[in-house]
Design a binder for this molecule. Structure first.
Ligand code: IMP
Length: 246
């Protein structure tokens, strides 16, 4: 007796056939039987049976989900997928490598939001780099956007070529204060690299040399950025549901 099996997708990059299945046990059992038979008869054919949950997990991992609201219920939508982030970070790393050819810049990351971006970025910079970190907090309620240094640099940046690396520039107030603080340490040069630029919200003139993506006036989380310390681990940049914001 001849039997037919027509998988839902063929992923050419992986030479893999994918069959999606529902949770109904009689259907899954029948599909499992066919897949087993197929593997026996044609061991060279690569085929996987994916349940709905497996598919959602894969989509989330590669930045196309989560389509299932149960997975991350606070997210409104994904703004920048994992793939787009990675592609842009590679380009930025190449640009910095070419601009700093024959130099050894000091990359200063502002914690904590920058940790994902900086970790990925340095792996695409081909010139030697020194890494350092600062941690700051905004003085609340003074309206001037002054910052308090919670963790200072460990390196001496006098005479060095410094690149300040940020997760996001919003009003520009934080960046302005940090730049003043760093200039006082007399670096030879000081440039700014940010993954995200919410320039529509800018309140002060500040020059940003490398920008990953312009973002609209929305509160974004993921890839290091948080809302009340959550969501830093999401592998994409997403817009938080408006009703969660104060
Ligand atoms: P600025 O001083 O207004 O430019 O604010 C910059 C800082 O505010 C960033 O380093 C972030 O910590 C935080 N921030 C601004 N916008 C967002 C956002 O959309 N998501 C998460 N954090 C943000």
């Amino acid at each position: 007796m001849a039997e037919a099996f027509t998988p839902d997708f063929y992923l050419s990059e992986f030479n893999l056939y994918v069959e999606l299945t529902t949770l109904k046990s009689n259907l899954t059992a029948e599909k499992n039987r066919k897949v087993r038979l197929l593997r026996q008869l044609y061991p060279e054919v690569n085929v996987k049976l994916l349940k709905k949950r497996d598919l959602f997990r894969l989509l989330t991992k590669y930045g196309y989900g989560p389509l299932d609201p149960e997975e991350v219920p606070d997210i409104d939508h994904i703004l920048i997928s994992t793939g787009k982030l990675q592609q842009r970070v590679v380009e930025m790393g190449k640009q910095i490598s070419s601009d700093y050819a024959n130099q050894e810049p000091v990359l200063v990351g502002v914690l904590r939001g920058v940790f994902c971006f900086l970790a990925d970025l340095v792996r695409h910079i081909s010139v030697p780099v020194t890494l350092d970190f600062m941690s700051i907090s905004s003085y609340e309620g003074d309206g001037g956007g002054a910052v308090k240094i919670l963790k200072d640099l460990d390196e001496n940046i006098k005479g060095r070529d410094v690149i300040l690396v940020e997760d996001i520039v919003d009003t520009g107030m934080t960046l302005n204060h940090v730049l003043d603080y760093l200039w006082a340490k007399k670096p030879a040069s000081l440039r700014v690299c940010t993954l995200l630029d919410k320039s529509v919200r800018r309140l002060t003139t500040v020059n940003v040399d490398y920008v990953g993506f312009e973002v609209p006036d929305e509160f974004v989380v993921g890839y290091g950025l948080d809302f009340r310390q959550r969501y830093r681990n999401l592998p994409f940049i997403a817009v938080l549901k408006h009703e969660l914001l104060p």
